[in-house]
Design a protein around this ligand. Sequence first.
Ligand code: NAP
Length: 296
Amino acid sequence: MTATIIDGKAFAARVREQVAEHVKRLKTDHGVKPGLAVVLVGEDPASQVYVRSKGKMTVEVGMNSVEHKLDADTSEADLLSLIDQLNNDPEIHGILVQLPLPKHLDEDLVINSVAPEKDVDGFHISNVGLLGTGQKSMVPCTPLGCLMMLRDHHGSLSGMDAVVIGRSNIVGKPMAQLLLGDSCTVTIAHSRTKDLADVVRRADIVVAAVGRPEMVPGDWIKPGATVIDVGINRIERDGKNKLVGDADFDSCAAVAGAITPVPGGVGPMTIACLLANTVTACCRANGLAEPEGLTA
Ligand code: NAP
């Protein structure tokens, strides 16, 4: 079997188009322009790249983009005061604090200081609770992107066996909640899981969110299963730098029914879902109908 490649880059472009159309309608019909504020503390090079591309894509879909770049030694009080100001700004509908934060800042405290309805990352404890209890929430972007691709590929996910490898708060746990919400039978695996290969072999859907290059080989995959590879790992091969996922692409693609590539799979969907969450937040803030298909 040779797997269908799930083209996350093309899918993300379609999501951004849908967002752009909705933004246009919000402006013409209601005079509302969604706004996203991104807060970056420090000079982490990878974070600077992410923030730049988030800002560029926010503008491309017609939304307001506001960037706050703070020094690495910014005090917690100053950061919280900025977040408070953004929470109270009616032109800002989404707030994203770029992680990781410098060590002297309490990440949980900062995340939970963002107003839940503007928490477009979906990391606030209220949104985590709402998602866990099956209520309307802001859904974390990376798992939301994975869910959209799975729904698009399969239609209904009801009754499928899903294994999520990884139990982080930003990917593994919310991914498992979303799959459960779509009536999959869900197993969450992690570093202490026994016989991981056998656990993964049962799965119709495998979501790998570990951060270990190519750790899932093709012989762990049930023939015809769908592999969603969240991992982004930089390795050196044949003297060149390369990005690879958590799945060994060639051997998995030989067995799976469908697979997301790295790069060009889950990655592009994450920013597209951030934009989708911002437009959803803007609609909710204004009591307007939400765009269809852009949230869980
Ligand atoms: P994380 O917080 O480091 O969590 C990794 C998880 O993998 C942990 O739950 C850990 O288990 C588990 N794990 C580690 N070694 C394992 C092993 N040998 N067998 C089974 N499970 C193992 O990472 P994350 O933030 O979730 O990110 C995971 C990957 O996704 C990374 O490569 C990251 O770069 C990527 N990522 C991509 C996007 C995107 O937009 N595409 C977004 C976010 C993250 P324990 O809990 O037991 O330690």
